[in-house]
Write a protein that binds this ligand. Sequence first.
Ligand SMILES: [Zn+2]
Length: 249
Amino acid sequence: MSGTLEALLNLQSVERQIVEVRRELEAKREAVAAHRRRIEDLQADLQTLNEAHKARQKEAAAVELELKAREEEVAKLRASLRTAKTNKDYAAILTRINTLKADNSKFEEEGLRLIQAAEDVQEQAKAVERQIAEAKEALAEVERNSAEEVARLESALAALQQKRDEAARGVPAEALSVFERIARKRDGDAMARIIVVGDKPPYQYVCSGCNMSIRAEHANALRTRDEIRLCDCCRRILYLEETMTSQKA
Ligand SMILES: [Zn+2]
């Protein structure tokens, strides 16, 4: 018997190969995309670090400027010590100088801390730059390796799609549209074999797609008729192996 169900089984076998090749292609593309995402993430990290570096440098420069102004003030006050008219004035200027000098050492510390922080951030940025260079090399390698494989898969896919179109031509339009609807939903897995359980009647019937039991009516109909019957549970197209000529051969 060579009929609609037979033609659909043939179609499904091609559909499954197409799904498999598409998955492989997708995996190849995903591997390349994952490398690209890693590089983008690292570049974003690098930008953040470069901005932080600039900010610390700016802060350090501001502190240095402030320190310079204060040191100039100390120098001016020292000069004015010589012209102090009274002991009281002299003491007051001296106190002011000492207070400024105590504060200035705090400013010096803060300046050094900021310079160190800027250097630390710069080191981190250099490490990320090295990681980016490595990631770019890894991407180039993956692209080289996968280019050939992708080309092979794409030509296999084109051949399968042609084979699929040929296989679809052997299927009546209505059956084809049912098949395609289910195949879309189930990644090409639109058909389910009826498993016959028991060695004498009354047999039990089970759907190979969802493993649920099937009404005997479906199996009985398919023994004599080439028609579309869907599993009551998973809605796949049912077939009986015993009625398939290609399976017997
Ligand atoms: Zn089922």
